[in-house]
Design a protein around this ligand. Structure first.
Ligand SMILES: [Zn+2]
Length: 496
């Protein structure tokens, strides 16, 4: 192990971010632009320059630009990257698994869906009280330079930052963000505040012997809205014409991602209808909530989706008839990993040097890389298992089992018998047992027989459970009828 300086610990993370970001951006590019009609879109990725990842994002952007000869995407918002990752996952039939791609976990300054209010949000005065001094974050600024700009010493900044864990949120700056300082007559800091979004403002105020943090979180009003569109050139443009926020388009593509190959199968004439939640604050749209129901017609075939929250409070999407929209397994249990050895019944074992079947797939990845359960199930083994080292075996119903070997450690709280869900982190890559380097050895068993995890036909996930079915069908009928009703109204309006 090398010396644990900041640089060495930061590098792999940013590297991973850039690499996976490119993959996701690529898949998004494919998603929105049918092969027959390639257009250039302008890129804008909010930069958080105080953050070392920002440079990686710029690099990512340049890389994507050079690869595709066109720039990508509209403003990326919080959540988009997760969605991108999900799409990349759903569309990649060999399942190179990509996730957790967060550029910055802050939203760019208010909504950008309509031109005009963007500029306004920057010049908006916070409070006319002359004690408050506003500073706008510019490229290259750090919190320290901003404090110095208003004449406050670094020592004060440190006591602000050390006053609470949440106070450190002031270090996550983005260009265009406004910091407001309140100073007393001597120029000492009384308070510091910043509006992070339409809904959230954070503030730090002087207390007797230090600073206290508080935040104002506004509760938006949630309204249902309907949108529909027909695809002429791209899903992206059709959605934009329907005044759908980008994140909603991504959400829709994600929901239908197991059924429709958005990279290759979108055709002119495809159409969609979607009923979704929209967040409003004083009649201003401030965000998007969940898609409640949607219909997507792809090459003449209709697909439906209904969001259902079961009695335990778990939300899932099902087809309108209650069958599942997702697969019971994701293809790959680790992200950012390279396949170092494939399923091979006649392999020569690298350590034992004998012909020994390789009953799984090896994913080389750095020690500590999270490993996810590929499907819902119950842990039937957690512990040492001979040459496998630290191993987890999960049983998924009666037919399927998956095995994860050579782990460096297990996720906290898990034990034999624990129930796990698809995508849940269960352990970390290591090299325990017979292993020449850190990797995950992953096996997939059907009725007790080993199959190639990369080629096995992944079964469709379970439908709405029997004891929830009646309740689901009632909701499904209602929400699908609502879609039909909106469509009729829309048609009537067009005919006038
Ligand atoms: Zn192996």
């Amino acid at each position: 192990m090398g010396s644990p300086t900041n640089k060495t610990t930061l590098y792999p993370k940013s590297h991973i971010l850039a690499a996976s970001g490119i993959a996701a951006a690529l898949s998004f590019f494919l998603l929105v632009i049918p092969s027959t009609d390639v257009e250039a879109h302008k890129t804008f990725i909010p930069l958080d320059l105080s953050n070392p990842e920002a440079q990686q994002v710029t690099a990512l952007n340049e890389k994507v630009t050079s690869l595709l000869g066109a720039k990508v995407i509209t403003p990326l918002k919080d959540g988009d990257f997760d969605t991108l990752a999900q799409i990349a996952r759903n569309h990649n039939h060999h399942g190179d698994f990509i996730d957790h791609l967060r550029v910055t976990n802050q939203e760019p300054p208010p909504l950008t869906s309509t031109a005009g209010n963007h500029a306004a949000s920057h010049s908006e005065p916070a409070d006319s009280s002359d004690q408050w001094t506003s500073v706008t974050v510019e490229s290259g600024n750090t919190l320290s330079t901003l404090f110095n700009q208003v004449g406050i010493p670094n020592s004060t900044m440190y006591s602000v930052l050390n006053s609470s864990k949440e106070a450190k949120r002031f270090t996550r700056l983005r260009v265009g963000q406004i910091l407001e300082f309140q100073l007393d007559a001597d120029g000492d800091l009384l308070a510091l505040r910043s509006k992070l979004s339409d809904l959230e403002t954070i503030q730090i105020s002087r207390d007797n012997d230090g600073f206290v943090f508080n935040k104002e979180q506004l509760e938006p009003e949630v309204r249902n809205r309907y949108a529909e569109g027909q695809i002429n050139s791209s899903l992206f443009l059709a959605a934009q014409q329907a005044d759908m926020p980008h994140s909603l388009t991504m959400q829709m593509a994600n929901i239908f991602g197991y059924d429709i190959d958005f990279a290759r199968q979108i055709r002119q004439g495809d159409s969609f209808e979607v009923l979704f939640e929209e967040k409003h604050l004083n009649d201003k749209r401030v965000g998007t909530g969940n898609i409640l129901a949607a219909r997507f017609t792809n090459r003449g075939r209709e697909y439906t989706a209904v969001r259902y929250v079961d009695r335990q409070g778990q939300a899932s999407y099902y087809r309108a008839d209650g069958t599942s929209m997702r697969r019971a397994f994701i293809r790959t249990p680790v992200e950012f990993a390279r396949i170092s050895s494939r399923f091979n019944p006649n392999r020569r074992h690298p350590i034992l040097n004998t012909i020994r079947a390789h009953n799984g797939v090896d994913y080389a990845a750095p020690t500590g890389t999270p490993i996810m359960a590929t499907g819902d199930g119950r842990i039937t083994h957690l512990g040492r298992k001979g040459g496998y080292g630290n191993t987890i075996v999960i049983r998924h119903g009666n037919q399927y089992q998956t095995l994860y070997a050579h782990l460096n450690g297990y996720a906290r709280g898990l034990s034999n018998g624990s129930h796990v869900t698809q995508g849940q982190v269960i352990g970390y890559v290591g090299m325990t047992g017979l292993a020449t380097g850190p990797h995950l050895h992953y096996e997939f068993l059907v009725n007790g027989r080993h199959v190639d995890p990369l080629r096995v036909d992944l079964p469709v996930a379970d439908p709405v459970p029997a004891n929830e079915r009646e309740r689901f069908m009632a909701q499904s009928k209602q929400v699908m009828a609502s879609l039909d009703q909106h469509r009729t109204i829309q048609l009537a309006m067009l005919e006038q």
